[in-house]
Design a protein around this ligand. Structure first.
Ligand SMILES: Nc1ncnc2c1ncn2[C@@H]1O[C@H](COP(=O)(O)OP(=O)(O)OP(=O)(O)O)[C@@H](O)[C@H]1O
Ligand SMILES: [Mg+2]
Length: 385
């Protein structure tokens, strides 16, 4: 499609053309910068590097750095045409979850995401999993893809799960539904929980340079979970890392959490830009959830919708006593029989709405707002009376 010789041009071309694959020579002085720029401007592009050991004195460090930034593969020079073709084909084949148009209709995948940490993703993912399992009367999956600091298991009192996602990634054969069912924690509340790695250093075994093979483990896990469960809830970290991007791509619905504070809202505006403009998600795929909505901090619900130019689909009240005591006892608040509690009621409503969306099979926005214009960030609309 095109060849470029400087990082800025590489990023611009990747942004414009959104190629499936980009090849970068890490032996060139600006090769690394070009690779990073392409991954930043076009997160779905699979960047593949080539390099000769003698051209790159710090080859190991360079590759590590590139892997951390999201490099998909490396073809060391010299290579044969057959080797090169094998790598290209592996990465040019779209993941079955994302791109096979006639894949059998499987479970509904909900990615709980935010671009600011600590806004309530794990709390919502865990409690929503409980609400959906209760509503559907079938087991649902909760996958903890916060690979460095995931703690969904702890909200269910499982501080040392018997296995984690890392055990799945050690398998040499494919990750099917059976392997998944052996690895999850089967909780009494009909939630099957795939725990995050036990420590941050093990995240690289799932998506980073420590993988035994350059396989798309996360894609395989998501695909298997969708086949095995009617609902798959994915808890994520608040960055656009490889695992989060895979879950966002595969999701039917993204629940984007925010809170009424300026720092969270700034990041939410940036996150919406990436989801809608860069990743080109249809607007109905993204449902904005305003957590701690009743905190009297000077930014109203209406101002948030106006400032983000995006509708708030769901609001959850602030209720530290309920949320924190549930976490401290290892029992999600949805299991505490608090039917009159507003937070419990709101989570039940979200489960009902998601169920409705899934049955209709057509994502829908919450309320009619004017056609969206993405615009440069300004704080002023959040405070306008
Ligand atoms: N509605 C709420 N009312 C009061 N406290 C809440 C509410 N939702 C979440 N919290 C509290 O906010 C903190 C962060 O919640 P949580 O861990 O679920 O967020 P997170 O987005 O998953 O964070 P991280 O980005 O670190 O993964 C926790 O102490 C939790 O108890
Ligand atoms: Mg979390």
């Amino acid at each position: 499609m095109g060849a470029v010789a400087d990082p800025g041009a590489a990023g611009a071309l990747a942004f414009r053309e959104r190629p499936a694959l980009a090849l970068v020579d890490l032996g060139l002085p600006e090769g690394m910068e070009a690779a990073v720029e392409i991954m930043r401007r076009s997160p779905r592009t699979a960047v593949i590097a080539t390099c000769a050991a003698e051209e790159c004195p710090k080859l190991y460090d360079t590759v590590r750095q590139a892997m951390r930034a999201g490099l998909r593969d490396l073809v060391p020079k010299p290579f044969t045409l057959a080797e090169f073709e094998r790598v290209l084909r592996r990465h040019a084949t779209p993941s079955p979850v994302v791109a096979v148009p006639d894949a059998p209709k499987a479970g509904h995948l909900i990615c709980v995401f935010s671009t600011k940490g600590g806004v309530g993703k794990t709390t919502l993912a865990a409690n929503l999993a409980v609400a959906l399992a209760r509503r559907d009367r079938r087991r649902v999956a909760l996958l903890d893809l916060d690979l460095e600091c995931g703690n969904a298991a702890a909200l269910f009192g499982r501080h040392s799960p018997h296995a984690s996602i890392v055990d799945l990634c050690r398998r040499t054969e494919g990750i099917g539904a059976e392997a998944l069912s052996q690895t999850v924690e089967r909780l009494d509340c009909s939630v099957d929980l795939l725990a995050a790695p036990p420590g941050p250093e093990q995240a690289a075994l799932v998506v980073g340079e420590a993988r035994s093979e350059p396989r798309d483990y996360v894609g395989e896990i998501l695909a298997s979970a969708r086949v095995a469960y009617p609902w798959v809830l994915v808890d994520t970290a608040c960055t656009f890392g490889a695992a989060t991007l895979a879950a966002l791509d595969a999701a039917d619905t993204v629940l984007l959490l925010t809170t009424p504070d300026m720092l969270a809202l700034r990041n939410t505006a940036r996150g919406l830009d990436v989801l809608l403009r860069d990743l080109e998600f249809p607007e109905g795929k993204v449902q904005l959830v305003l957590n701690r909505c009743n905190s009297a901090v000077g930014i109203t619900h209406a101002n948030i919708q106006r400032g983000l130019n995006f509708p708030v689909s769901f609001s959850l009240p602030s209720d530290a006593v309920t949320v924190i005591s549930a976490a401290n006892t290892g029992v999600p608040f949805m299991l505490k029989g608090l039917e009159r509690n507003l937070l419990t009621q709101r989570v039940t409503e979200i489960a009902a709405r998601l169920d409705g969306i899934q049955r209709a099979d057509t994502p829908q926005a919450a309320s009619p707002l004017p056609a969206r214009r993405r615009k440069a960030w300004r704080a002023e609309p959040f405070f306008r009376r």
